[in-house]
Design a protein around this ligand. Sequence first.
Ligand code: B12
Length: 259
Amino acid sequence: MKILLVYGNTYEFLSPPPVGISLLTQPLQNAGHTVHLLDFMKVKDTDAELTAALERHTPDLVGFSLRNIDSQKYPDTMDFIPDYARWVKIANRTAPTIIGGSAVMSMPEEMFEHVGATYGMAGQGDKTFPLFLEELKDRTSGFDTPGLMWREDGNIRCNQGLLDGYPDGGTIDWSMIDMKRYKKSYFNCCVITKTGCPHRCLFCDAGASFGSSWAPRKPEAILEDLRRDAREYRFNRLDYFFIDALFNEPLSWSKSLLI
Ligand code: B12
């Protein structure tokens, strides 16, 4: 299948590199799919770029990686959802669409219904996106893929999402990403140290969007990511952001990583 992946983050503040997308491209390619990437960060006319990419690549499926719902900045809050709905509408004219990413995980069914994509994915996609494509090929009814959302008989169906973290690291591949777009931030790159959080703080939805128990990665695997980034991409090891819900817990693990 020819897949066009679109990183839909246009918010330049802190401009985090698209780590979610970096985990999707290799598993999709390993499953035999052709992947093209369109990155909207620092793009002025997103609609025109999307239309051009759809004409250029004639994809069989368009996947949107949607990170932020809003800018969480007050007053002048930026609402990104109208853009998402408009892009999906444009892409739906060419091919079926699927939305995923943290904006979708935060409120899966509402986002899926509102944005109007053909499919949605709530939860991690590195294992489940290829599974979904496999199911789609031989589909007779419904889907078993974790986190998948679809419409059936006028209703929205939603499978329980997979949120078991990245203990083995997944397969980060920055090669399709133009990292120069992300270098003006206060950090140049990021590494996943741990996902999940068992606390149930009223102000935070980490349990729903990041997993409800710690999924720490082995310190050696994290170091290996840094070494690989330095070796293959020449990234500066010194200004990394640790992707983690709460770095100081469990304390024995945090210490073992720092030592
Ligand atoms: C780390 C982090 C940051 C770091 C980023 C550091 C970096 N990456 O270098 C910093 C501190 C910079 C940051 C900033 C902000 N953040 Co933040 N951040 C996070 C956090 C904790 C983890 C994100 C992450 O990297 N996850 C790991 C990757 C691997 O996961 P992923 O991207 O979700 O991708 C997986 C799946 O989503 C899926 N997937 C992704 N795309 C697609 C596409 C398809 C088609 C499919 C099928 C699947 C799929 O598969 C991927 C691999 O498994 C999340 C919380 C969370 N639970 O996600 C908040 C979160 C994303 N942030 C959020 C927000 C709001 C912000 C800020 C706006 C805050 C602010 N006021 O400044 C800024 C925005 C910055 C910007 N320009 O975008 C919100 C977004 C939702 C919302 N309310 O809008 C979240 C969800 C936190 C929350 N619950 O409120 N953030």
